[in-house]
Design a protein around this ligand. Sequence first.
Ligand code: ZN
Length: 127
Amino acid sequence: MHETAIVSGLMRILEQKAARNGVAHISSVLLKVGRLQAVEPQQLVACFEMFAEGTVADGAELVIYVVGVRGRCRACATEFDVPRFHFECPACAGSDIEVIQGQELYIESFEASSVSSVNNVKARADV
Ligand SMILES: [Zn+2]
């Protein structure tokens, strides 16, 4: 399933970021997803909850921001919102359209609910 692959990639990135920033727990994640990714936000959230169990993002809220599709006509350079995958220039009716927005898939930001200080990390390492 498409969503499974996306979420497993996201989890890897989140765990790396958390480790690098000394984050002990992530409380929410803001994800930007272009409409062209053709993902079902609800499925993505359900999948995320499953993958996050037992990780730094256990119980975190996944907030999905869907980015609309924009194109640029290669013939006349007009930029426009692309409605329902209808790739036609509104100015010259050309169909050679370059996608300039809508293929995004990245973590915009995440919130940490607790950041372990260097001392805490040391204390834990001693145990
Ligand atoms: Zn055009």
